[in-house]
Ligand binder design. Structure first.
Ligand code: PLP
Length: 510
């Protein structure tokens, strides 16, 4: 236990003022157990106003050792811990493909309204008309945005949406006497969850080549011919893709798939770049998922509890999960469970209701013009950064002189800097010293950083990012050894990532 005599004087972190001001300078935060003082309490329970009853022995377990701490100490403890975090609320977080963006607080207010937050999932449909109406409206919003016929709100994350959609595609082909269609084609720059979802649905994945970041349609045709069109279930493509490019031949890819009797699956992770500009249904997608955290500013939840709604064309709709929220002719809402061909349930109850409330709030607040503005600003922000940095940070897929702009993110392979003896990790760790979260690394190509500024960052933040990246490049020129130590100005210095991953110490052991 820490006692007063053990308190050490503060040391200088030597840190940047910017960092100290946003994240605090506490090198070690004692465990809450170490702050425990017998007899302290964080809450005062109201006086007992019912007869006291003893709990039966069989309900009492062994006494639990809990910390005894006053309310302010609890508050201070967790505030100190939260100050040590990188977060979208406090830092620039340009994590390519992951779209870490600001979540407007009005969404949180809406989700916390007692009429939503206190609902019980087993309440009768007649008692929750407002909630069902909200779900139905989210359904309609997403149907309009996707250009597809019907949406299911059940999946709890993008990856879960992929899984659900592939289950639907398989059920469709089985129902149409073609169970042998088990191949899913995916570009070599596909997100890792794509092949993983395929494997979970019993599909085999065949990689399609990309050229300059775009899908090679000749390779797509070759694979279909080689394996036989009647073995192919779908082509799973992210567009705009993970190289930050919009595949403008997507309609041709859709035709190729439809000629083969297969489906076009759109990984809609990057919808923020095309919202209101084009619709997956219009460029040939048959089925897609949304990542509501990336497109509509809801919390992510690391694979759940988030939301990854899927949208499908009419012929796939009978296989959607149950229950489905529907509206009757008299304007009342209910949950439809009567879908004989459904793949069943993929999530408890209706899906992640609180996240869908946030999604509704965001789309309603933006309106059609606001959604279009998101697409424009996300693309403008990425291109602005790319143009300002490309002379120092090479960008293999970015060539505006020849009409090759990026969409919402760009990829840099900073070869000239790496040739000076620093590693990509050194550059990424140095960014932490400047209060910037390192971007996605080594994907979709080796030795790359994938930067996604998103539409919610100000020009001031973007300009600071450019200044930091140029400063880091200068540091590599002047003193590459400095980067090998980075981060030198963070709460935690460079961690042994392999040991942390292989031997995580997750339990407090006195
Ligand atoms: C292209 C792409 N597909 C799929 C996913 C998976 O989404 P989720 O993390 O919601 O499961 C992501 C996640 O960021 C992604 O970037």
């Amino acid at each position: 236990m820490t006692t007063i005599t053990e308190v050490k004087p503060p040391t200088s972190g030597g840190g940047s003022k910017a960092r100290a001001s946003t994240r605090g300078e506490r090198a070690v935060e004692p465990l809450i157990f170490e702050k425990s003082v017998p007899g302290q309490r964080a809450v005062d329970l109201p006086p007992l106003d019912v007869p006291q009853a003893e709990l039966p022995d069989e309900l009492l377990g062994a006494p639990v050792e809990l910390p005894e701490v006053g309310q302010h100490d609890v508050m201070a403890h967790y505030t100190h811990l939260s100050n040590r975090n990188f977060s979208v609320d406090g830092n620039f977080y340009p994590l390519g493909s992951c779209t870490m963006k600001h979540n407007p607080r009005i969404n949180e207010w809406a989700a916390a309204l007692p009429g939503f937050a206190s609902l019980h999932p087993l309440q009768d449909d007649t008692q929750i008309q407002g909630a069902l109406r909200l779900l139905y409206e989210v359904r309609c919003f997403l149907e309009e945005i996707s250009g597809l016929d019907e949406v299911s709100l059940q999946p709890a994350a993008g990856a879960h949406g992929e899984y659900t959609a592939l289950k639907i595609i398989r059920a469709y082909f089985k129902d149409h006497g073609q169970p042998q269609r088990h191949l899913v084609l995916a570009p070599d720059n596909a997100h890792g969850t794509n092949p993983a979802s395929c494997a979970m649905c019993g599909c085999d994945v065949v990689q399609v080549k990309t050229v300059h970041g775009h899908t090679d349609l000749d390779d797509l045709r070759r694979i279909i011919n080689e394996h036989g069109a009647d073995t192919v279930a779908a082509f799973m493509i992210t567009n705009p893709n993970t190289a930050g490019l919009f595949d403008s031949k997507i309609a041709e890819a859709a035709d190729i798939m439809h000629d083969a009797g297969a489906k076009l699956y759109l990984d809609g992770a990057n919808m923020n770049a095309i919202l209101g500009k084009t619709r997956p249904g219009d460029f040939g997608a048959d089925i897609m998922h949304f990542n509501t955290h990336k497109t509509f500013s809801t919390p992510h939840g690391c694979g759940g509890p988030g939301a990854g709604p899927i949208a499908v064309r009419k012929e796939l709709a009978p296989y959607l999960p149950i229950p489905q929220v529907i509206m009757a002719d008299d304007g009342s809402f209910s949950l439809d469970r009567d879908r004989p061909k459904t793949i069943g349930k993929v999530r408890s109850f209706v899906g992640q209701f609180g996240v869908l409330v946030r999604c509704w709030a965001y789309i309603s607040a933006c309106g059609p013009e606001g959604l279009r503005n998101i697409a424009e600003k996300s693309v403008l922000s990425a291109n602005y950064l790319a143009v300002r940095l490309r002379r120092v940070y090479e960008m293999p897929f970015f060539d505006p002189e020849h009409g090759r702009f990026c969409a919402h993110e760009f990829v840099t392979v900073p070869k000239r800097l790496l040739d000076k003896g620093v590693s990509l990790n050194d550059i990424a760790k140095r960014m932490i010293d400047y209060d910037i979260h390192p971007p996605t690394m080594h994907w979709p190509v080796h030795d790359c950083l994938m930067v996604e500024p998103t539409e919610t960052e100000s020009k001031r933040t973007l300009d600071r990012f450019v200044a930091v990246m140029l400063q880091i490049a200068q540091e590599i020129e002047n003193d590459p050894a400095l980067l090998a130590q980075a981060p030198t100005d963070a709460v935690i210095s460079r961690a042994d990532e392999v040991a942390a991953a292989r031997n995580p110490q997750l339990v407090w052991d006195r």
